[in-house]
Ligand binder design. Structure first.
Ligand code: SF4
Length: 335
């Protein structure tokens, strides 16, 4: 076993913050090597210790599908991918019913996800209607395009607890979003009191350990609510077809490494799409999905798992599932 990798793992387990070189070393180990399994095992132990031994199920509800002008090339909604030609919106009654069903099934947090076409005002109306239809303190989270601080305060006013907002791999190169704009939105969210959900995403085989380490350090700087490692599930017909996907085995090592590299201040460790290998390596936030999905070519997802299916993955990886509102966002009643 490489003694330098063991030293880095032990430094992280002791609560030390890894530097960029150390993070890159963890992300560079060979697949299926003793070092890879050591990272996975340590990441699992570290996350488990930070989160009281519990995992969570977060629920994504996609509200619309459209040719989105932000044109993130990895996304099925990117206008240039020409998968969706018109703006299709999931009816409000259906969104509320999906939210209620996922709440009843035990989802710990509910995310409402939109393209640019949905619109800020309509999102506020929809989120308020969904909130009114919920019967527990389950936190409601926004996954929406860039916004300013005034809008962040509006989100807080209507009961949104946090936002999923990140600088994606290839931001500004494979997307029409500027890195500065994404950062400004993240700052606006934090200033308004919203918790930032984060993941190193979407990881493909072409991404270098340095690119991943830079985003892990950014997550640490922003003191996000949780981070993790999410692979790109390559949408057929997009320009990433030539690279394809990384394996879940590789992603499991990234999940373990990210857990160790984000340090004790960032407790949760998410991954997507849900995977037993990543759960075994310490991922303790996985998503159930309904409605539209940026990884799907159908208007309503055919890939997304149900809350119960994610629960089964946790059963098979010996993770007890947290009951009640997420420990990573404030519950609704705490506002
Ligand atoms: S990732 Fe979001 S912003 Fe980018 S194209 Fe897809 S829907 Fe639009």
């Amino acid at each position: 076993m490489d003694t330098e990798i063991i030293r880095i793992i032990n430094k992280a387990l002791d609560g030390g913050l890894l530097d960029k070189k150390e993070i890159m070393a963890l992300l560079s180990v060979e697949n299926l090597s003793p070092e890879a399994f050591a990272i996975q095992q340590a990441g699992r132990a570290f996350t488990s210790q930070l989160c009281g031994g519990e995992a969570e199920i977060h629920a994504h509800i996609g509200l619309d599908a459209a040719p989105c002008p932000n044109d993130c090339k990895f996304c099925s909604f990117a206008a240039s991918n020409k998968i969706f030609r018109t703006h299709e919106v999931i009816p409000l009654e259906q969104v509320i019913a999906e939210a209620q069903a996922m709440e009843a099934a035990g989802a710990n947090a509910l995310y409402l996800v939109t393209t640019v076409h949905y619109g800020e005002e309509k999102f506020l109306e929809t989120a308020q209607a969904v909130r009114a239809g919920l019967s527990t303190d389950v936190p409601l989270i926004a996954n929406v395009p860039d916004f300013d601080e005034d809008y962040a305060r509006e989100l807080v006013r209507i009961g949104i607890a946090g936002v999923y907002h990140v600088v994606r791999l290839g931001e500004g190169v494979f997307t029409r979003c500027k890195v500065e704009t994404r950062l400004k939105t993240m700052e606006a969210a934090k200033s308004a009191g919203l918790v930032l959900g984060n993941c190193i995403d979407p990881i493909g085989p072409e991404h270098t350990p340095e690119e991943l380490a830079d985003l892990i350090l950014l997550a640490r700087d922003f003191e996000v609510g949780f981070s993790g490692a999410m692979r790109r599930n390559t949408v057929p017909g997009t320009e990433f077809e030539r690279y394809g996907n990384i394996s879940y085995g590789r992603l499991a090592t990234y999940a373990g490494a990210t857990a160790l590299a984000t340090g004790p201040g960032i407790r949760g460790n998410c991954t997507h799409e849900p995977s037993q290998l990543c759960g075994q390596a310490g991922a303790n936030i996985m998503w159930a999905e309904r409605g539209t999905s940026p990884r799907d070519t159908a208007t309503e997802t055919t890939r997304g798992l149900s809350v119960d299916q994610v629960r089964e993955i946790y059963f098979d990886t010996d993770w007890p599932v947290h009951e009640g509102p997420s420990q990573f966002y404030p519950p609704y009643s705490a506002r």
